[in-house]
Design a protein around this ligand. Structure first.
Ligand code: ADP
Ligand code: MG
Length: 257
């Protein structure tokens, strides 16, 4: 469960203060697949980095599975990220001097994960790269590199996977393959998936689509039932005049689920 309560982010550029995220209230349940859409500069990456605990909000609090990450120090945040969070970037972020297999293995070895070698091999196979483990990133296509990054992000069996435009640098065929893999992992492992995309066709395959504009949630649509293909009634249209009122006020004890 991910809970954001009155989360905002203000940055200072020069002498000017710029609010790049305004009073976000959000509840994302375990296993939900949420697509985040919105124009460039609308705050999508900022939102993800706050949920990942890579940055602190200016106001509000964020809870991951009941833990207030906004009250944690850097080392506690690093521990929580290592235990719960996987992150995938548009530009893969693989280490060029390590093979595909080593890119998956090394973070697990550093974390002291048991049976790291066996697990790295299983993960390689799960993303369809069994024969490519000994190749370096430069020897792999963009789609293959992103699949290595996905395997690495899954190495700690995260409960939350954050993906910031993971198909943004890929052609449509490779993008579709990477997207399908993320959906499969979300379904099979029950991992909560928060995915930023510009591609509305991809976004519409999610359980829920959140639209950002100028740092505000302007629409939040949820699919009616699993696989029904119906959108609407359960979702919320958010007009800019109502953004000061919480979309959701968490009840006491709710974060324990
Ligand atoms: P998106 O991912 O939707 O394109 P971002 O979250 O990256 O948007 O950025 C939202 C806005 O905040 C953009 O206008 C961006 O330039 C600005 N921004 C992000 N981080 C900073 C920062 N550290 N300092 C100043 N402006 C920033
Ligand atoms: Mg971005």
């Amino acid at each position: 469960m991910i809970l954001l309560n009155n989360v905002s982010k203000t940055v200072t550029s020069g002498s000017e203060k710029l609010t790049i995220l305004h009073a976000v209230y959000l509840t994302i349940t375990r296993g939900q697949f949420v697509a985040v859409v919105g124009p460039s500069g609308s705050g999508k990456s900022t939102l993800l980095s706050l949920v990942a605990g890579l940055d602190y909000p200016t106001t509000g609090d964020i809870r991951l599975d009941g833990e207030y990450i906004t009250e944690m120090k850097e080392d506690e945040l690093a521990r929580l990220r290592g235990a719960k969070v996987g992150f995938i970037f548009q530009s893969f972020h693989l280490i060029p001097s390590l093979t595909a297999y080593e890119n998956i293995l090394v973070p697990m070895e550093i974390a002291g994960a048991p049976k790291a070698r066996e697990r790295a091999q299983v993960l390689l196979e799960e993303v369809g790269l069994r024969e490519r483990g000994h190749h370096y990133p430069s020897q792999l296509s963009g789609g293959e590199q992103q699949r290595v990054a996905i395997a690495r992000a899954f190495s700690n069996a995260p409960t939350i996977l954050l993906a910031d435009e993971p198909t943004g640098n890929l052609d449509s065929k490779n993008g579709a393959h990477v997207f399908e893999l993320l959906v499969k992992l979300n379904r099979e492992h029950g991992t909560t998936l928060l995915l930023v995309t510009h591609d509305h066709a991809l976004a519409n395959q999610a359980d829920r689509v959140i639209s950002l504009n100028e740092g505000r949630i302007v629409e939040d649509r949820e699919r009616q039932g699993m696989g029904s293909g119906e959108w609407g009634m359960g979702g919320k249209e958010v007009s800019s005049s109502t953004t000061d009122s919480p979309l959701h006020t968490p009840r006491p004890g709710e974060e324990t689920t």
